[in-house]
Design a protein around this ligand. Structure first.
Ligand code: GDP
Length: 432
């Protein structure tokens, strides 16, 4: 089963994966880097994870960071240390030997690249992820397995830095970019990470071949996809479901289910088009009630109404079999609720489908359907029947519009604050 973001990321994938991880034998991350931040609240305790899959909180679940992820070894070792300090066992973690490493020069290049773009900047998290994927494509990447051989590592770093000399010139004297110091530092990470390094694709095959439940955990969301998102305001990898195959090393036929996670409204971090953005008190209310501040960056998120044109696009791109709607509780007290059902272009044309042309999207305004809101607090509701009529109608409207059943609804931060729709819980349990 694949779990993906159906919007611009931050949809609450962490909580959903955590919930499903309990029922899975193996959880695998397949793309992105430490630009993804998951917040999981368990028994009132908050865990922030950037690289380690959410399944780590379940001692019986194996967790893998797949080949498609880019890894900052400092971040992953810090994350392992922090988890261990809080009594979480990390012996069930595996890291792909083929995953690419974020190097200090990637971080410098990311920052320099964004600064150069000025007002056109993409709003990257400046963690070196884009430049790392670029090196991977240029075949200049350094992989996790290279950490285990100092000589090879040094040679590869030298080769990777050579074409960047000019760009790195302003930082030439920075100790972080010294070849020997860098090699030494990374060899040390290698020693630390060695027990975790493995052939994670093989781990997936073994689990699949013996009928175990494997959960592929995506980061970011469909509209940030490098190929299908709002390019160039996108992430540097493919967060859609098909990418799980590439980033973990399995085939399309290995996937039975694809669940997309969407909020009951929309948010976006960083720059780029966002047709349903609200710059009024409703937007402020969503931001406040929804706690819409980035896990990784601390940046306030842009907030707006649910965009069904974009969501329908995400459904198709991912071949979604189920939709999870999180944060329904945040809409309580907002009446009416609006949902975007089409866009209107600058020249008056209407668009029922997500426009492929960048200029059209940049100038598109959202057209809305108004639905009745609800005032009840729903944090304690655990069944569909227990929801106010307006909330139930809202769910039905969304599901009918995008043509995918809603399987799970989030009504609060806590992991128990969910509503399983229909017999989805029984079905998921059976599948596991
Ligand atoms: P992710 O990257 O997709 O996992 O999303 P984040 O973790 O960045 O953001 C999701 C935030 O929403 C976290 O703080 C979650 O605890 C919180 N959250 C998840 N589901 C719900 C929900 O149903 N209701 C509310 N109020 N908060 C939720």
């Amino acid at each position: 089963m694949v779990i993906v973001g159906a919007q611009w990321g931050d949809e609450g994938k962490g909580k959903v994966t955590d919930l499903l991880a309990e029922r899975a034998d193996l959880v695998v991350r397949f793309q992105g880097g430490n630009n993804a931040g998951h917040t999981i609240v368990r028994d009132g305790e908050e865990f922030k994870l950037h690289l380690v899959p959410s399944g780590i909180l379940h001692p019986g679940t194996m967790c893998a960071i797949g080949n498609g992820v880019v890894i900052d070894p400092k971040i992953v070792t810090d994350e392992i240390d922090a988890l261990r300090r809080r009594g979480i066992v990390t012996g069930n973690l595996r890291i792909s030997a083929n995953a690419h490493l974020i190097m200090p020069y990637h971080v410098f290049l990311d920052t320099a690249g964004e600064a150069k773009l000025g007002s056109l900047s993409i709003g990257t998290t400046r963690r070196g992820i884009g430049p790392c994927y670029a090196d991977k494509s240029s075949r200049l990447g350094i992989r996790v397995q290279d950490l285990l051989d100092e000589k090879i590592l040094r040679k590869k770093i030298m080769a990777a830095m050579e074409p960047k000399r000019q760009l790195l010139r302003p930082h030439a004297k920075d100790p972080a970019l010294d070849l020997h110091a860098m090699t030494e530092e990374y060899v040390t990470y290698g020693h630390r990470l060695e027990p975790y390094i493995a052939d994670t694709a093989k781990l997936c095959w073994e689990a699949l071949d013996s009928g175990e439940a494997v959960l592929f955990e995506g980061a970011q969301g469909a509209l940030l996809d490098l190929d299908h998102g709002t390019y160039p305001f996108v992430t540097s990898s493919n967060p859609i479901a098909g990418s799980a195959c590439v980033g973990a090393g399995v085939g399309p036929k290995d996937i039975d289910d694809v669940w997309g996670i969407a909020k009951a409204y929309s948010t976006r971090v960083g720059s780029g088009p966002f047709p349903t953005e609200l710059e009024d008190e409703v937007g402020d209310r969503l931001r406040e009630r929804g706690g819409e501040v980035g896990t990784t960056t601390g940046r306030p998120r842009r907030c707006g109404w649910l965009d069904l044109v974009a969501l329908k696009y995400a459904v198709r791109l991912n071949g979604m079999t189920g939709l999870v709607l999180t944060k329904l509780d945040v809409l309580s007290g907002i009446d009416p609720i609006r949902v975007c059902v089409r866009y209107r272009g600058a020249e008056g044309a209407t668009f029922e489908e997500f426009p492929y042309h960048q200029s059209v999207l940049h100038h598109a305004t959202a057209e809305y359907e108004e639905l009745p809101g609800f005032t009840e607090e729903i944090g304690d509701v655990r069944t569909e029947d227990g929801l106010p009529d307006a909330a139930r109608d809202y769910l039905r409207y969304i599901s009918d519009f995008v043509g995918v059943p809603i399987t799970l609804v989030g009504v609060g931060q806590g992991r128990d604050q969910v509503i399983w729709v229909g017999d989805e819980e029984a079905r998921t349990l059976r599948a596991a």
